[in-house]
Design a protein around this ligand. Sequence first.
Ligand code: OAD
Length: 286
Amino acid sequence: MSSDIAAFHAVLRRAKRILAVCGAGLSASSGLPTFRGAGGLWRNYESTSLATPQAFARDPGLVWLFYSYRRHMALGVSPNDGHLALAKLAASQPGFLCLTQNVDNLHERAGHPEGQLRHLHGSLFDLKCSNARCDWIEHNNQADPLCPALAPASAPVQAGQKLRLLDPAHKLDHIPESELPHCPKCRTGLKRPGVVWFGEQLDHRMLAGVDAWIHDGPVDIVLVVGTSSVVYPAAGYAELARSAGTSVVTVNLDADTSECRQGDFAFAGDAASLLPELLEPVIGKL
Ligand code: OAD
């Protein structure tokens, strides 16, 4: 049966090379919202509609408030047992590579070795210049708030209350560009989040490295964790694996065994509780 944990354990024990593709559902039980479904609305905007260069060009203050809130939230939560289990798998299995679409830093904070982690969509804590001709970048900036104009995203909240910023009935003051941080190198662009927005290219050197890893030998298992698998190229890795006959193992609240081919597995539930159990033969008890 494709949701048989003992059968999966037998496959895992034999596996020499494992690829994971992770998404927002992995961080859900840490308390971070996903992009689609119930958690996908920010004020009255679809989260995905704010993740574009056009949205930033139109109203950088609004987009910065959205990302400042996400930075603030990510800094305030902890990695969960799913992140810890994947970090332990990396430490125990040199043939494991984890691709994450998440930009929240929780893999790193769980101790995932950097060499076995690729950030497909960048990081909330990297800052870049909005000017495409400028190469300024700053890594791991955890300032919260990033500047006084963005303080509403980091305001303290009393127990049982909601951040005012999140209430669509509370009108936002427009933040002029002069109050947002500017690039210290070219001095013309604005600082922007170091994440990949819709319509932007992923880092091709990173992608080439991932392709090289995939073609370096047979991949025994592709773990697809907490992602709706609708954004490419992330979604393409499982498709590629399926066509190569690799066992695809889905861990998702909505996992559906009816979509499994022979050799695939689907485990429905919270990634934070399922991953430690699924990976136990290699990582031991957490
Ligand atoms: P989505 O919000 O599209 O999907 C989250 C998935 O996680 C859904 O399939 C949920 O069923 C599942 N899920 C929710 N809670 C879970 C839990 N506790 N345990 C396991 N699964 C759970 O998020 P992503 O697939 O990550 O890109 O979205 C992909 C990309 O779209 C994001 O990286 C972002 C977004 O736009 C960019 O911003 C470029």
